[in-house]
Design a protein around this ligand. Structure first.
Ligand SMILES: [Zn+2]
Length: 347
């Protein structure tokens, strides 16, 4: 970690947005409490044991453990508690806006009715606004391994409740290789027709490559790419992403956790930015790297690895708001908050 304590405090305090974080992976401390309440046995009994158990080898290993974690969530109250915990975590890091993903098929279906989950999210979101003045919105991710008929039905089921719950977009995630987006085009088109924004996880692991990003662009004309770090290997893609300013929601420490990069210094975030891309920093998952992986941690690690300064951090936080799905009015409000904070904190 950098020795520049002023910069670290600056990172902690500056108003931020988080655009790529999975609500399904609630913090282990909360899941332990919920497991106790619901009489569910987890393979760990304390945060220390969780940290030992949750050492990851790759994305598939993460997915297996992730499903064990989500197995404790059973009731509307559980989901309400998860959203409230997200709100508390956002507030502690001065995150003004959080767009959080949930993947019903991968993490909840078969255990919980969709309406139970959605009601918990809706109530939680209202409580977070009231208690912390944090804006939480949701992105309904399609599990890319499911049958396209199921993904279409899922979007049909989401649409009637999207405004009440605060769902702004649809994403696409889970095991990347071998599950193309093309067959799910109808689901994305239906979502777009109903005003939902579109994104997809693509180009995260080396094996997926930059072609995974092209595949998403060609099939659904997304509003954002989730990850997209492998774009660095394709000049034509870099030129396209720079000219279109299609944002990337990068998650540097999550990539390190699943060993896409052995250390954050190898991450292409700054190289992508230098090529003119609109890059944002995000955490991806609270559970990655034990309990340390939050947004501030990602900013700090990137700042240290690339020797960033105050202006760099301001630029990255502005990118976060600019790449969000915020209304013009909300965006103005966030930028005013950021400017007011900078006025006080930069003299
Ligand atoms: Zn993700």
């Amino acid at each position: 970690m950098t020795n520049n304590q002023d910069l670290l405090r600056f990172i902690e305090g500056i108003p931020k947005a988080e655009l790529h974080i999975h609500l399904d992976s609630a913090p282990a401390s909360l899941l332990l409490r919920i497991a106790k309440r619901n009489d569910v046995i987890l393979p760990f009994n304390s945060l220390e044991e969780f940290n030992t158990w949750f050492v990851l080898t790759d994305l598939d290993d993460f997915m297996r453990k992730f499903k064990t974690l989500t197995s404790v969530l059973l009731t509307e109250r559980d989901y309400f508690d998860v959203v409230c915990e997200f709100g508390r975590i956002c507030h502690a890091q001065n995150i003004l806006r959080c767009e959080a993903m949930f993947t019903f098929a991968a993490a909840h279906e078969g255990r919980v009715e969709l309406d139970v989950l959605l009601s918990g999210l809706a109530e939680g979101r209202r409580a977070v606004k009231e208690n912390f003045n944090v804006d939480i919105y949701f992105l309904a991710d399609i599990d890319r391994t499911i049958n396209p008929d199921r993904s279409l039905k899922y979007i049909r089921d989401i649409i009637p409740r999207k405004d009440e719950v605060g769902i702004l977009g649809v994403g696409f995630d889970c095991e990347e290789t071998g599950y193309p987006i093309g067959p799910h085009k109808k689901a994305f088109e239906l979502a777009r027709d109903h005003g939902l924004k579109l994104s997809a996880h693509a180009g995260e692991e080396f094996s997926a490559g930059p072609e995974a990003v092209w595949e998403v662009i060609d099939n659904i004309q997304p509003d954002r790419i989730d990850h997209g770090n492998q774009a660095i290997r394709d000049d034509k893609l870099l030129r396209h992403l720079a000219s279109s300013q299609l944002p990337l929601t990068l998650c540097p420490m999550s990539n390190v956790a699943i060993q896409v990069y052995s250390k954050v210094e190898d991450h292409p975030i700054i190289a992508l930015q230098e090529r003119g891309l609109l890059v944002t920093i995000n955490s991806d998952d609270n559970t990655m790297l034990g309990s340390r992986n939050d947004l501030v941690f990602n900013y700090k690690c990137v700042a240290e690895a690339f020797d960033l300064g105050f202006e760099d951090i301001i630029g990255l936080t502005r990118n976060g708001f600019a790449a969000s799905y915020a209304s013009t009015e909300d965006l103005r409000r966030y930028n005013m908050s950021l400017d007011a904070w900078l006025l006080v904190n930069t003299g």
